[in-house]
Design a protein around this ligand. Structure first.
Ligand code: 5GP
Length: 113
């Protein structure tokens, strides 16, 4: 997988507003937020997109989902938040390093479009 802007955030080569990190993942505020809370949660180990995941990624993916809920609560979303993963350019993915969008802090419409 080629390096992306998110690899540079992990390496601290470019700044980001980091709200959480552990040995598996890193979470930081989206530079162009779509809601009052808009955090991106990424694995340190790069995986270009969810559609490329395999059995060996199960533990990491489960970890990301558990942390997404914790981060949403820590950011004040209460019990209402949304997790979005765009997988592939046709789904709106622009950065090809897997990331979960954690969105909250306002009413979220459905369908998302
Ligand atoms: P995607 O469209 O790939 O699902 O989402 C990529 C997200 O990364 C977008 O919401 C975009 O605003 C965010 N983003 C792109 N470049 C940067 C950056 O340099 N810093 C931060 N914090 N977010 C970024």
């Amino acid at each position: 997988m080629s390096a992306t802007i998110f690899s540079k955030i992990i390496a601290r080569e470019i700044p980001a507003d980091i709200v959480f990190e552990d040995e598996v993942c890193l979470a930081f505020r989206d530079i162009a937020p779509k809601a009052p809370v808009h955090v991106l949660l990424i694995p340190r180990q790069p995986l270009a997109k969810l559609g490329d995941a395999s059995a060996g990624d199960q533990a990491m993916l489960g970890h990301l989902l558990v942390k997404a809920g914790e981060i949403a609560r820590q950011q004040g979303c209460g019990d209402a938040f949304r997790v979005v993963i765009n997988s592939g350019a046709g789904a709106g993915q622009e950065v090809f390093h897997l990331h979960l969008h954690i969105l909250g802090g306002r009413d979220l419409g459905w369908p998302p479009g």
